[in-house]
Design a protein around this ligand. Structure first.
Ligand code: 5GP
Ligand code: MN
Length: 315
């Protein structure tokens, strides 16, 4: 499959690349790696601006932010990365592409491409993109390696999560040999917090609640909190880990109010609870230990619903 996709990308005259809304390091890293590898024939489209913490990656300044999918021009290939479900690319219309190629590692991937390279065993989409770029047989430069390393590094939580395998370290080793700098990436992502984010975190931690005998912890962020701290939804990345990271807690919940109405939920588990299953029951998806969904309800309604679904899972 990696050879087949390498051939499709090599032969395309124009590649349009897409990631999911609220892009993370794996999504941004995967698309920008392809952009840096293939150069001008690649256009990267996003509904959201590139989060500030990923703007050190080469090519991020060339990402085209669209409001409506009609702004996206037809291309030989639409390449969708790190996305288990086409609904996560707002307005996505694959009929404008010669071929829709999907590269992803979500357990809940629906196989919506014409060609799908989906491996839920992989730590990150960037690891899969790395395999595809290697299969072209051409050299991978330091900029490409930095993008790919960023995805592997962030999707494993800095090589901590359960999906971190020998192959993950092997890929990371090779990417560092190709020029990715681990400390530089770590500083850019985890040691360069905007002050507003830390202020928001302070408010968010004040909402901590324990549920179901301390096996579940929840945190939330309201629109008022963004206003008071001058912060943005992108500043909440990884807040959910403060809920999961409490001793005895098996599932962490993070709920944020959305400016467009409703809420976005992030779920994280450690150990046996499958949060992708819980998220899927609410129309979302993800991985066993990390999943999410969007709902048109209030924070309180959402929390109550989640707790009743989780009750069966943690007992
Ligand atoms: P996060 O909580 O960081 O937004 O997402 C955790 C994981 O679940 C990621 O792999 C993400 O792609 C997936 N995910 C988050 N929200 C949704 C959603 O609404 N639908 C689907 N299918 N997956 C989601
Ligand atoms: Mn990913």
């Amino acid at each position: 499959m990696r050879e087949r996709i390498a051939e499709i990308l090599d032969n395309a005259k124009i590649i349009a690349c897409f990631w999911h809304k609220n892009p993370d390091g794996d999504a941004v890293g995967a698309a920008l790696a392809v952009k840096n590898f293939y150069g001008d024939k690649v256009r990267v489209y996003s509904r959201d601006r590139v989060p500030e913490i990923f703007r050190f990656l080469s090519g991020s300044e060339e990402v085209i932010v669209y409001k409506d999918f009609s702004e996206v021009e037809p291309a030989d290939v639409f390449l969708v990365v790190d996305c288990g479900d086409e609904r996560r690319v707002p307005g996505f219309d694959g009929s404008k592409a010669g071929t829709v190629v999907v590269i992803d590692h979500h357990d809940t991937n629906t196989g919506f491409g014409d060609v799908n390279f989906v491996d839920p065993e992989s730590s990150s989409t960037c690891e899969l993109v790395y395999q595809v770029l290697k299969a072209t047989g051409r050299p991978i430069d330091a900029k490409v390696a930095e993008c790919l390393y960023t995805g592997v590094y962030t999707d494993t939580g800095g090589f901590k999560y359960a999906d971190t395998k020998p192959e993950t370290f092997q890929a990371a080793k090779e990417l560092v040999e190709l020029g990715a700098e681990p400390w530089k990436v770590a500083v850019e992502i985890y040691e360069s917090n905007p002050l507003r984010r830390i202020k928001l975190l302070g408010e968010c931690l004040g909402t901590l609640q324990l549920h179901l005998d301390g096996k579940v912890a929840s945190l939330f962020v309201t629109l008022d909190m963004y206003e008071r701290t001058g912060s943005l939804p992108e500043d909440t990345e990884d807040f959910v880990n403060y809920a999961r990271g409490i001793k005895g807690v098996e599932v962490g919940i993070f709920i944020r109010e959305r400016h467009e109405g409703g809420v976005k939920v992030s779920l994280r588990s450690k150990g046996r609870v499958n949060v992708a299953k819980v998220a899927a029951q609410l129309g979302g998806g993800g991985h066993v230990n990390a999943a999410g969904c969007e709902l048109d309800s209030t924070v309180e309604e959402t929390l109550n619903r989640l707790i009743s679904l989780l009750e069966k899972e943690v007992r």
